[in-house]
Design a protein around this ligand. Structure first.
Ligand code: SF4
Length: 192
């Protein structure tokens, strides 16, 4: 189990709350939405933690954090950069959901060559007008294959599910924030 270290103390001598950052790589934001399904418990969570980069703050770059939660597979050069940045800044990094854990839905393209996917989407796709494969340098470069996050950086915990349920996320966060061993009941980790 990866330990959370003691929180630092601020200039006023108060204990600082653990900081959490979240990012969606190549995912559908369903895992983030599952987070919101903890409903009113989010008020308890806000009492326990500070949010760094995440969709609920306007912070664009991840800073030093205790826990980083990553949704989505690694499909392009920007995903690689964000993931490495999270690894550098987060003491504990968590793969959240099937796409992060094993590539999930975006990795379904792995059975084809990248060129084939682009041609199907932008040249031969139904309803395509002005067929042209986009090549604007502002668009992040696609990787040949979509990768689960652990193939790019070290991951400390894996939360499978598509998405992991709100109760799974809630249980995980409470246990890890309390410094306890993660002990999911069977009801939270079976998917049949
Ligand atoms: Fe969406 Fe499921 Fe992938 Fe989460 S695991 S990003 S819910 S497809």
């Amino acid at each position: 189990m990866t330990e959370m270290t003691d929180n630092t103390v601020n200039e006023s001598g108060e204990k600082q709350k653990p900081r959490i950052a979240t990012a969606a790589l190549c995912g559908c934001f369903g895992c983030h939405m599952s987070f919101l399904d903890i409903d009113e418990r989010i008020l308890q969570l806000v009492e326990l933690v500070e949010f760094d980069r995440s969709p609920i703050t306007d912070i664009k770059e991840v800073g030093p954090c205790d826990i980083g939660l990553i949704e989505g597979g690694v499909a392009n050069a920007e995903n690689v950069e964000v993931l490495r940045d999270f690894r550098r800044h987060c003491k504990i990094l968590v793969a959240v959901g099937a796409c992060a854990v094993n590539g999930g839905v975006p990795a379904m393209r792995n059975q084809f060559e990248l060129k084939e996917c682009l041609v199907e989407a932008y040249i031969n796709g139904i309803g395509v007008e002005n067929p042209q494969i986009p090549d604007d340098p502002e668009i992040p470069l696609l990787l040949d294959k979509v990768h689960p996050v652990h193939e790019v950086v070290k991951i400390d915990y894996f939360l499978p599910g598509c998405p992991p349920s709100a109760d799974t996320l809630w249980t995980f966060l409470n246990e890890i924030l309390a410094g306890e061993e993660i002990t999911f009941p069977y009801s939270l980790i079976h998917y049949d």
